[in-house]
Design a binder for this molecule. Structure first.
Ligand SMILES: Nc1nc2c(c(=O)[nH]1)N[C@H]1C(S)=C(S)[C@@H](COP(=O)(O)OP(=O)(O)OC[C@H]3O[C@@H](n4cnc5c(=O)[nH]c(N)nc54)[C@H](O)[C@@H]3O)O[C@H]1N2
Ligand SMILES: Nc1nc2c(c(=O)[nH]1)N[C@H]1C(S)=C(S)[C@@H](COP(=O)(O)OP(=O)(O)OC[C@H]3O[C@@H](n4cnc5c(=O)[nH]c(N)nc54)[C@H](O)[C@@H]3O)O[C@H]1N2
Ligand SMILES: [Mo]
Length: 772
């Protein structure tokens, strides 16, 4: 019998086709203009061999090998659910009593799944928060640096992750758009909370067709689609701030800076001006100066700067630019450039970050909220998310962050639900060593991912298709009903239910569940959203009608309703000040200056990154710059066992994009297996020749499941191709403390040995006989 169920994921809305209790295929959402290939891999992962079938405990943990013991190399022992629940309750109680609430790290960063009710991280935060609090994380890997910097400069993070000037306004008013890091097509396949309409490319194409000239300033030509007709300006990674400073120099030299706007809408222009002209430090930031750093010809820099002054211009940068050493600088300097052009708040012009980073950024829409999940309250401490290894390594020591000195707590218990640090974190060998400092690591996962393999107590979670939920995002006009399609696989349970059972052992089940079952929760969350919409002029159908129909459509905007961010500030900065200390754009920030950080001074500057091609010139050891980009074939580590990711791999390994001449210099041919290495680690990959890559740059997608040749040994080769065994784990600066994955030098050589098997997609060793 065939049944069709409406459903959703971060990579698209779809209808699930269910035959005899199995999801056999999916059909794209009828309102989606470009559904993308990833939804097709959904059935593969739901029924994958690496689903976790029962709760498990690491054998060594049961024997008392806890603190100081490296994880990841030992067999797991199955335990019944009630035993797992009791063990967890005992561990939480003991940890809180002996070490205090701050000893539990539940930051649990990660994308989880699209549904708002069963969002694993939300449920875990609620559970740990109610139980007395925990050490959590703040900011996101995606844009931690921008999130910390931009409130100082522009008074908001909206310009990075919220309602930015939309493509309708850009299309109508702009003539030029400079895109640092491009507008990569692959990034538009996904959106956190669900992608209903993939409007990403259609909106860009419409802007290009309307006469907006796009410029892709990036090491990779493929960061814009050929049909957008963009100019490609290759640039060395990590050097964008230098190019922007030289553009500023050209504007000053030609008297093209908007002095009136700089006077009425900005503070600190004189300080940046003195730095750019060289008055302040003796070095004029000329295009010739920048050319030696960026390898962008001086005439290109001059031409682009003057074109910006001549035409209505939008400036944007991909989120990737700030996931790099001193990633604050290109973001700050881009805002300063937009201020020099007087463009901030002019219709369809100015600056915003991330048009090329995820579906829905700049999609025209009404200012309505998304359906939100259950509430969370945590009285505990928040640590910048990408400093997790330091948190484990340096208890009692100080972490400087954004003007504050945070004393790092002594973490004894780590609990993760809906995220995978052994996917997302930098320098995995170092993380694995620091991980050994915890007594207990708990992981809730549907699959035997690397984080589950490095845990002590592993709880099998359902996938979204095994439960009912609601997908919703403020970046999408469609709210989607997610109907349960199949019963839970094996002994998998919903994250909320497993936590409710532990809460019961600890005496707060009723507070945790608010005495609602799944259906009551969904009605509650939906009705709450519906009431807010009603106050803002949108009448959504009632829950039953929504559930029956499978979705709610928020109507599109009308012509004339195009949105330009900062428009009211532009019109009247006194009446509509920014939320900065001065109320203006802070080209110089007294606040940041007062922190005294030499890695992020009071105005944007060029600071040489630790690892970049300029440094590689001086040492022959690791001459290639490795970029690790978001994968076209997956969502991070999710979907890696599916058909789309499998079809892209080379002999089962993650492709390494390399310029044909860099390959030839190493005797490498397309399809060869290589070892990519530096002083931190090594992984295998498959050669893919790419002439659209700047010479000296190599590039690998993130997301191939970490697969150490010797499980449990941090010095192991990853045989599958996870670039995070190579990346450096150093905060962007003391201001942002974001991840700096993009600042990474490597060497590549042909792999001559026998090819080790990839084992990441099969379950780890399990000892049935030791069952307790
Ligand atoms: N080198 C390098 N590293 C990077 C980046 C980079 O550019 N370069 N980018 C960074 C960025 S921007 C991000 S956002 C991170 C992404 O890092 P993550 O968000 O941690 O990556 P995911 O693979 O999406 O992890 C989500 C996990 O949740 C699990 N999961 C899914 N559904 C459920 C559920 O219902 N219940 C439970 N319990 N679990 C579930 C999935 O199996 C998966 O393991 O990576 C970062 N890492
Ligand atoms: N299909 C798919 N889409 C995704 C995701 C996914 O996993 N899969 N993940 C989502 C998430 S969580 C996020 S945060 C976003 C991330 O969105 P982004 O950060 O924009 O994505 P990246 O692929 O890391 O980087 C985009 C491009 O920036 C270029 N680049 C890198 N370093 C530099 C530099 O120093 N200068 C310049 N000029 N260019 C540079 C690279 O060539 C790269 O292709 O993507 C989202 N979209
Ligand atoms: Mo991200």
């Amino acid at each position: 019998m065939t049944v069709i169920k409406p459903h959703a994921s971060h990579w698209g809305y779809f209808d699930a086709v269910v035959e005899n209790g199995r999801v056999t295929s999916v059909r794209p959402f009828a309102h989606d203009p470009e559904p993308g290939a990833l939804i097709g891999a959904t059935p593969d992962i739901v029924h994958a061999a690496c689903r976790i079938d029962r709760p498990y405990v690491r054998k060594g943990w049961l024997e008392g090998k806890r603190r100081g013991h490296l994880r990841g190399g030992e067999p797991f022992v199955p335990v019944p659910w009630d035993r797992a629940t009791r063990l967890l309750a005992e561990e939480v109680r003991r940890t809180r009593a002996e070490h205090g609430d701050a000893a539990i790290y539940g930051g649990s960063y990660g994308w989880s799944s699209a549904g708002r009710l069963h969002h694993a991280r939300t449920q875990l935060h609620r559970f740990l928060g109610m139980g007395g609090g925990f050490t959590s994380s703040t900011t996101a890997y995606s844009y931690a640096t921008g999130q910390t910097l931009l409130p100082h400069i522009l008074g908001t993070t909206e310009v990075l992750l919220g309602r930015v000037t939309d493509w309708a306004a850009i299309r109508r008013h702009a003539k030029l758009m400079l895109c640092f890091g491009g507008l990569a097509a692959k990034n538009g396949v996904v959106n956190s909370g669900g992608a209903g309409r993939h409007d990403y490319l259609p909106l860009m194409r419409a802007a290009a067709a309307a006469g907006v000239r796009l410029v892709n300033i990036s090491p990779f030509r493929g960061d814009t689609e050929a049909d957008l007709g963009a100019e490609w300006v290759p640039i060395r990674p990590g050097t964008d701030a230098a190019m922007m400073l030289a553009m500023a120099h050209t504007l000053i030299e030609n008297g093209r800076e908007d002095r009136a706007f700089l006077r009425t809408h900005c503070v600190g222009w004189d300080k940046l001006r003195a730095y750019v002209t060289g008055e302040a430090d003796g070095t004029a930031k000329t295009p010739e100066w920048a050319a030696t750093i960026t390898h962008v010809p001086p005439e290109t820099i001059r031409r682009l700067a003057l074109e910006c002054a001549d035409k209505p211009t939008m400036l944007t940068a991909a989120w990737s630019l700030q996931r790099a050493d001193c990633g604050e600088q290109p973001y700050w300097m881009l805002a300063a450039l937009a201020a020099m052009l007087g463009a901030i708040g002019k219709p369809g012009q100015g600056v915003a970050y991330g048009y090329g980073s995820t579906n829905g950024v700049g999609a025209p829409r009404r200012a309505l909220p998304a359906v939100s999940g259950p509430s969370i309250r945590n009285p505990g401490l928040h640590i910048p998310v990408a400093r997790v290894t330091e948190l484990l390594e340096r208890p009692g020591e100080i972490l400087q962050y954004n003007g504050r000195d945070i004393v790092l707590p002594d973490i004894q218990m780590v609990w993760w639900a809906g995220g995978n640090p052994f996917h997302h974190h930098q320098d995995l060998p170092r993380l694995q060593r620091a991980w050994a400092r915890a007594e207990t690591v708990v992981v809730q996962e549907p699959w035997w991912t690397a984080v589950a393999r490095h845990a002590d107590i592993v709880l099998p979670a359902t996938t979204t298709l095994e439960r009912n939920d609601i997908a919703s995002s403020s970046r999408d006009r469609f709210v989607r009903a997610m109907h349960q399609a199949i019963p839970p696989i094996a002994q998998a349970r919903n994250d909320a239910d497993m936590l409710a059972d532990v809460a019961e052992e600890l005496g707060y089940r009723e507070r945790f569940t608010e005495q609602r079952n799944e259906e009551a929760w969904l009605r509650h969350l939906y009705d709450r959203w519906r009431r807010v919409c009603a106050t803002q002029g949108f009448e959504a159908p009632d829950f039953d009608a929504f559930w029956q129909e499978g979705h709610v459509e928020v109507p599109p905007i009308e012509p004339g309703e195009e949105y330009t961010q900062f428009a009211d500030f532009h019109a009247d900065p006194e009446e509509h000040p920014l939320d900065t200390p001065s109320g203006k754009v802070e080209i110089f920030s007294e606040t940041i200056h007062s922190f005294g950080y030499d890695d992020c001074p009071g105005h944007p500057v060029w600071i040489e990154p630790r690892e970049w091609l300029g440094a590689a010139e001086k040492t022959a050891e690791h001459p290639l710059h490795l970029l690790s980009f978001q994968p076209a074939t997956r969502l991070h580590g999710q979907l890696d066992p599916g058909r789309v990711a499998a079809a892209d791999k080379i002999k089962g390994r993650e492709p390494v994009l390399i310029h044909p001449e860099d390959a030839a210099a190493r005797g490498l041919q397309d399809g060869d297996i290589v070892r990519v290495f530096n002083a931190r680690g090594a992984c295998l990959g498959g050669v893919r020749l790419a002439d659209g890559l700047l010479r000296g740059v190599v590039s690998m997608a993130t997301g191939a499941w970490y697969d150490p040749a010797r499980p449990g040994d941090p010095a192991s080769l990853c045989v599958h191709g996870n670039p995070n065994v190579l990346t450096a784990d150093i905060g962007t600066s003391r201001l942002g403390q974001g991840p700096s994955a993009q600042s990474c030098l490597v060497q590549i050589e042909k792999w001559e040995g026998e090819l080790p098997p990839v084992r990441a997609h099969a379950p780890p060793a399990i000892e049935e006989s030791a069952a307790v």
